[in-house]
Design a protein around this ligand. Sequence first.
Ligand SMILES: CC(C)(COP(=O)(O)OP(=O)(O)OC[C@H]1O[C@@H](n2cnc3c(N)ncnc32)[C@H](O)[C@@H]1OP(=O)(O)O)[C@@H](O)C(=O)NCCC(=O)NCCS
Length: 253
Amino acid sequence: MSSLVKRMASPLQVILTILLYVQISVAAGVAAAPGVFGALKLHRAITSGGSSDLLWALSACVCGALAYFAYALTVIFVVPMFRLLAPGTPEGRYPYYSFKAYQWASYNALILLVRYSCINFLRVTPFLPLFHRLMGIKVGRRVQINTAIIGDSNLIEVGDDVVIGGDVTLVAHAAERGDLVAERVRIGSRVTLGLMSVIMPGCRIGDGAVIAAGAILQKGTHVGPGEVWGGVPARLIGGKGADVEGQRGTSSE
Ligand SMILES: CC(C)(COP(=O)(O)OP(=O)(O)OC[C@H]1O[C@@H](n2cnc3c(N)ncnc32)[C@H](O)[C@@H]1OP(=O)(O)O)[C@@H](O)C(=O)NCCC(=O)NCCS
C-alpha cells in the first residue's frame, strides 16, 4: 500500500497543485473584481467627454493602480472565507503524502496568495494583523508586523505590544525526515523579534523577551520572560536573570 502511495505521489501532487491553482485563482479573481469594476467606472467618467491620449493614459494608469490597492484591501477578507475548505495547519507529525499534509498545503497556499500578490504594502499597517487574525492567529493589541513570512497562522499566538521585525520568519511547521512536524508557537506580550530572526515550530517566548537581529531560534526553544537571545543557533546573551558569562546557551525554563 505504501509503495502504491509513493508511486502515485507525483501525479497526485500535480493534480492537487492544479486544484490549488483553481482555488487561489477563484479567491484572487473575486478579490480583484470590485477594484477593477470601480476603476473602469472611474476611468470612463474621467475620459467620457473625450480626452487627449496623455489624459487617457494617465487616467488608465492611476485607475489601474487604485484597482490594485483595492484588491489588496479586499483579498485580506476574501481569502479567509476559503478557510471553509482549508481551515488550518493540523498540529502533530504526519507524512508528506497524507491528508493532513494536504490540509497544511491548501491552507498555506491561501496565505501565499496574499504574500506574493500584495503583502509588502500591508506591512506595519493594522491590515496585516487583521488578515492573520482572520486566518486564525491569536494576536493581541498594538502588534506591529513588518514581515511577509508568517505561515501556519492558526498555530501562532502573539500577545500585546509585540514588534515582529523586518523579514522575520515565523512558522509553526518544519519538513523533517519524510514528515511534516507542526507545533504551536507562543509569543508573550512586549516581545521584540529582531530583524530577520527565524522562529521555528514549538518555540515559546516569554513576556518582554528580545530575540536579536539575525537569530535562529531552534525548534522547541523556551525563552524566559525578559531574556535576550541571539546568534545562530540562538543562545541566551542577556536580559533579566542572565549571567551572560556563566549561562550563555541555557534556557531559563
Ligand atoms: C540583541 C540586542 C537587543 C542587543 O542590544 P543591547 O542590549 O543594546 O546590547 P549591546 O548592543 O550592548 O550588545 C550586548 C551583547 O549582545 C551581542 N549582540 C548584539 N546584537 C547581537 C545580535 N544581533 N546577535 C548576536 N549577538 C548580538 C553583542 O555583541 C554584545 O555581546 P558581548 O556582551 O559579548 O560584547 C540588539 O542588538 C538587537 O538585535 N535588537 C533587535 C532590534 C530589532 O531588530 N528590532 C526589530 C526591527 S526594527
